[in-house]
Design a binder for this molecule. Structure first.
Ligand SMILES: [Zn+2]
Length: 311
């Protein structure tokens, strides 16, 4: 059985291959040039909460007397425009706290800028650890990181944590191994807004980053946790795409549970990734979500560290 390399092996390989890379070499990734990049678009959810899209991921700004709590920071090449839009939309002078829902470039691209400006950066401890190494996000060319030490999270959590910001309690929770192994969500109970992070994509198939601890079974469990927090009036903010209702999130959970079940059966038949793609395990969902080749490949490989084909 081919096995996903463990974290230590992976880090060793990544470090050896990319020891000379620095944060400034991000330019090797396909950049969203400022000319072609979409405008940063605000979507106000209530008097102190705005979702900003167009920076590579949905970023949520909560504003209060102390400044802005920004949940995810977009891509580095969109950071200047994003921060400008955040301050304008919230009539604030500074971002007080930035939260990284996981380590990917679409979430952590404002870390350096905002840390220099004095913001505190909060994330899961695993996210902080990953940001200390050069890593490759599936589907993107080149490596990302390590971020300079000052741009890495300055406060980390392992499981649940509550903080108060702008008079509202923000409840953070950990989704274990799902999209990566450092996914957190933020639930603003009074506003009834659930910021889901990378575990929820509402714009095409998600990435399952199995090399940094994500897997399809954990994605299903993460969706189940998020569904259990929501009620019929909760607005769920995904990493990408429009907000969802609880019913829409539950439909996603059911879809991924179906696909996970099919993939387990194909794994137990001894199939490899190409055979699994040919078996079309997402067939009835592709019209809505698009070509699933990358998703199925990553989802299938993500099981190798969790199941033996002949078990
Ligand atoms: Zn991600």
């Amino acid at each position: 059985m081919q096995k996903t390399p463990d974290r230590r092996e992976f880090l060793k390989t990544a470090l050896c291959a990319s020891a000379a890379l620095s944060f400034s070499q991000l330019a090797i990734r396909p950049a969203l040039s400022r000319d072609r990049a979409p405008a940063i678009a605000p979507n106000r959810l209530n008097d102190h909460l705005v979702v900003l899209s167009g920076a590579g991921a949905n970023c949520v700004a909560v504003h209060g007397p102390e400044g802005v709590l920004l949940l995810d920071g977009g891509l580095e090449e969109r950071s200047r425009d994003l921060v400008k839009a955040v301050l304008k939309e919230t009539s604030s002078r500074r971002v007080h706290t930035l939260v990284n829902t996981h380590w990917h470039p679409e979430q952590t691209g404002s870390n350096e800028r905002l840390a220099k400006a004095g913001a505190k950066i909060v994330a899961h401890e695993n996210t902080r650890l990953w940001l200390g190494y050069p890593l490759q996000e599936p589907g993107r060319q080149g490596t990302y990181g390590p971020l300079p030490p000052k741009a890495r999270p300055s406060e980390t959590l392992y499981s649940e944590q509550k903080m108060t910001f702008g008079g509202e309690q923000v409840e953070y929770g950990y989704l274990l191994q799902a999209h990566t192994d450092g996914d957190i969500f933020a639930f603003l109970r009074e506003s009834n807004v659930l910021v889901a992070g990378g575990v929820v994509s509402n714009e095409g198939w998600p990435v399952i980053d199995y090399r940094t601890g994500g897997w399809i079974g954990g994605l299903v469990d993460g969706l189940k946790t998020l569904v259990s927090l929501a009620d019929d009036h909760t607005l769920i903010v995904p990493a990408n795409g429009p907000t969802l209702t609880k019913a829409e999130l539950e439909a996603q959970r059911a879809m991924y549970a179906t696909i996970f079940d099919r993939l387990q059966k194909l794994l137990r038949k001894g199939m490899g990734p190409d055979e699994v793609i040919a078996a079309a395990p997402t067939q009835e969902f592709d019209a809505k979500w698009g070509d699933s080749t990358q998703f199925v490949t990553l989802a299938f490989k993500s099981m190798w560290g969790h199941f033996a084909p002949d078990a």
